[in-house]
Design a protein around this ligand. Structure first.
Ligand code: GDG
Length: 724
């Protein structure tokens, strides 16, 4: 049976080497709790780095064995890996970039190489354990290349990726020299999750702009499948926090702590040491509060827990020094013998004590400058069994999208945060209860178990959708069938679209000239069957490109035809009334003047507004404007406006490829018909085909065709098989 493999940089354990033996302590972090039911069941497993560098082969063997019992498997990293991949590329390039701290970003090619190398190490370790149809759920920014590496080796596996930190705007992503590789790496997954809608829309925009893959409503159209991108706000184990806060053990600690700090209002801040958390800014805020509201001195204290983290990275060392200095300064300025403004702890606490801090504090001040989600604020709310207390929360934390009943602040607005604390200190108990109760409702419902469930359900949904789209795939069986039927045929015909079918798109349409391979393919094919190139292109271009070939050509979606066995040059297939063109051209020209890169192509029966070379985003915006403008005008002229691949075309509705193909077949008895195309104009051809025809659409869009085929490359392979 297929199993599920969880992958993260760190395994959810801490590993200590003591008296010649390893001690393993499972971590009780939020993610580990949420995924507990998954990796601990059946054959499932969690793969990651145990957190220590172990070079000795015997020690490694011991760790592998111990972890096996915990349903985990290690990926061993060397000291250099840790320095260059983890501290280096992950924490000195990606982390600052993704949290908008571009001033801390380091662009070091050696670090990048290590990032590739370690992602490959993870891939190798997984491949050793994985079966072809397993589900692999990769976590976080340290492993962004892994989904694609896995996809290449395990093409049929279900691969999911979740990013726990923010995904920033394209403007930031474009700064990273290896941006394309990173995005393509993530796009090896079937499902890509972020905490918030903003993160997902930033990701979709970066993928569109950097890789050129198109996306719509959260789906990216990759070469051979669709990828779903969605938002999954992570929750906490609500009951664990609520229960612990109620427990006798925690309440005894609360009593003890309370006695020690005296009758104070308590402001709580808990973070990992990180510049994204806004710790120095918070001390400045507290200082300003005590300056502006002298009456609060001696009455309010801040409990500040900073959990050591990444202390080998230079920017973190500097941050620690800055915090030490600021705490020293504020305490030395205001302390009295019986009151200290900031109780500062640079260490982590056992769970019961953490719970006591949540339970006893009046206000939680959670003001990161950027945070993917932030679980501390959720844990504070869950711990408030009597529903008193106030949460002050930064708008820059993902959690702010959900916890609208907190006092929301901009962490850069120092006065705004001072005022928020003042408001919180004077908030009536009734209002506190209302706000906390409403947030608790939501946190209970969307807890971490629900998060895992929703994510896994969505994985299933994407796979089903992919299966639906590939059910019409031109696979080996279909190819054999087409070949056999072609072999038998006495009078076969091919309708072949040009752009996107026989050749790929170019930013300048006139550059998509047929290459030598295509020319000889068409030649070989036309020796065995009647070949019709059926295109939207103008007749002169088609005529030039296929001059001397023994084929028929239909240009401009059926306005012109050029038959191989007739003397005359191009003939008009449809009567064209172009009196409408002047009005429409004027409007299109107005949009060209406002949009650098746009241009108009004039065909006999249509006008086409091209925007492939326009700045991305602006092109779409202008196209929509022009679309509604033209739609309005089209009614008066009985015209049809159609959206194509980076083009907007306006034409007479009765002229289309389907009509042209039908008249081409009239009076003939073709015993093999194959039509291939890639866009909406080819749908008319597909619709016009008789029942026994083979119709194939390039790409995985919904279609009237009988089959889908992956790419231009595969179209050519199929045609070669028939021509040989
Ligand atoms: C990343 C993203 C996203 C803290 N001090 C102690 C302690 N903690 C625990 C808290 C909480 C966790 O650490 C911190 O989680 P956060 O979510 O606040 O922040 P990051 O570590 O930066 O996590 C973040 C998260 O991933 C999940 O996706 O929310 O945005 O940056 O659970 O309770 N635990 C104990 N003692 C402490 O002193 N036992």
């Amino acid at each position: 049976m297929a199993k599920t493999i969880i992958v993260s940089n760190r395994l959810p354990i801490s590993l200590r080497h003591r008296n010649g033996k390893f001690e393993f302590k499972p971590s009780a972090g939020g993610l580990a709790t949420g995924l507990d039911s998954i990796y601990k069941s059946g054959e499932n497993i969690w793969i990651g780095w145990p957190g220590n560098t172990v070079d000795d082969a015997e020690q490694r063997a011991e760790i592998i064995l111990e972890l096996y019992d915990l349903k985990m498997a290690p990926v061993f990293l060397t000291k250099t890996d840790v320095e260059q991949f983890y501290e280096g590329f992950s924490n000195e390039t990606l982390w600052p970039a993704f949290h908008y701290f571009t001033q801390y970003m380091i662009y070091n090619p050696e670090h990048w190489e290590a990032y590739v190398r370690v992602n490959q190490k993870f891939c190798d370790a997984i491949v050793k354990k994985a079966d072809p149809d397993d589900t692999i759920w990769v976590h976080d920014y340290q492993l962004m290349l892994l989904p694609q590496m896995l996809r290449e080796i395990l093409p049929d596996a279900t691969i999911a990726f979740f990013q726990h930190i923010p995904f920033p705007s394209y403007e930031i992503i474009r700064m990273i020299p290896w941006r394309r590789e990173i995005l393509e790496g993530v796009c090896g997954a079937d499902l890509i999750g972020f905490h918030t809608y903003d993160d997902m829309r930033h990701f979709l925009s970066a993928v569109g702009r950097i890789t050129g893959m198109s996306g719509e409503s959260g789906y990216i159209q990759a070469e051979n499948r669709i990828i779903n991108v969605d938002s999954f706000p992570m929750g906490i184990d609500y009951h664990k926090f609520a229960k612990q806060a109620k427990s006798r053990k925690t309440q005894n600690i609360v009593k003890d702590f309370r006695q020690k700090v005296g009758d104070q209002k308590l402001l709580l801040t808990i973070d990992r040491l990180d510049y994204s958390k806004g710790i120095p800014q918070r001390i400045h805020v507290f200082d300003q509060l005590l300056k502006q509201h002298k009456e609060l001195r001696g009455k309010v204290s801040m409990i500040m827990v900073v959990v050591p983290s990444r202390d080998k990275v230079q920017s973190y060392k500097e941050l620690k020094e800055e915090i030490d200095l600021l705490v020293g300064r504020i305490n030395s300025e205001y302390s009295t013998l019986d009151w200290v403004p900031v109780h500062y702890f640079y260490r982590s606490f056992p769970f019961e004590e953490l719970s006591a801090f949540y339970s006893m504090s009046d206000i939680a001040l959670v003001t990161p400058l950027r945070d993917g989600m932030n679980l501390v604020c959720k844990e504070f709310v869950a711990s408030k069994n009597d529903q008193t207390g106030v949460l002050i929360l930064s708008e820059m934390a993902g959690a702010s999208k959900e916890l609208q009943d907190a006092i929301l602040v901009n962490p850069n607005d120092r006065q705004g945060v001072v005022d928020a604390i003042y408001e919180a200190l004077s908030m009536k108990e009734e209002e506190q209860k209302e706000r906390i109760a409403s947030m608790q409702e939501s946190l209970k419902k969307y807890d971490v178990f629900q998060w895992v469930k929703v994510f896994m359900d969505r994985v299933g949904h994407v796979k089903a959708k992919q299966a639906e789209l590939t059910s019409k795939d031109v696979d080996a069986k279909v190819i054999n069938e087409i070949q056999a039927s072609f072999k038998k045929a006495k009078n076969p015909i091919f309708f072949l679209d040009y752009d996107g079918t026989l050749t790929g798109f170019k930013s300048n349409p006139q550059d998509a000239v047929p290459d030598a391979e295509l020319k000889s393919l068409v030649k070989d094919l036309s020796g065995k069957a009647q070949v019709v190139i059926i295109s939207g292109r103008d007749k002169d271009t088609l005529g030039k490109w296929f001059a001397g070939q023994n084929i028929d050509m239909i240009a401009e979606h059926g306005v012109w035809v050029h038959l191989k066995d007739q003397e005359e040059d191009w003939q008009l297939y449809a009567e064209v009334d172009d009196s409408w063109k002047e009005d429409i051209r004027n409007v299109m020209e107005y949009y060209v003047l406002r949009t650098p890169g746009a241009f108009i192509e004039e065909k006999h029966h249509s006008l086409v507004w091209h925007y492939r070379k326009v700045e991305s985003g602006l092109g779409d915006l202008r196209m929509r404007e022009l679309f509604s403008h033209l739609k309005y005008m089209a009614r008066g002229h009985n015209l049809q406006v159609l959206e194509g691949n980076m083009v907007l075309e306006i034409k007479r509705p009765d002229i289309n490829k389907g009509r042209a193909a039908t008249s081409m077949m009239k009076g003939h008895d073709f015993d093999f018909i194959l039509a291939i195309g890639d866009d909406w104009t080819d749908e008319d051809t597909f619709k016009a085909m008789p029942k026994n025809a083979y119709s194939i659409r390039v790409g995985y869009a919904y279609t009237q065709a009988n089959y889908n085929i992956k790419s231009v490359k595969q179209v050519r392979q199929l045609l070669h098989k028939l021509a040989d």
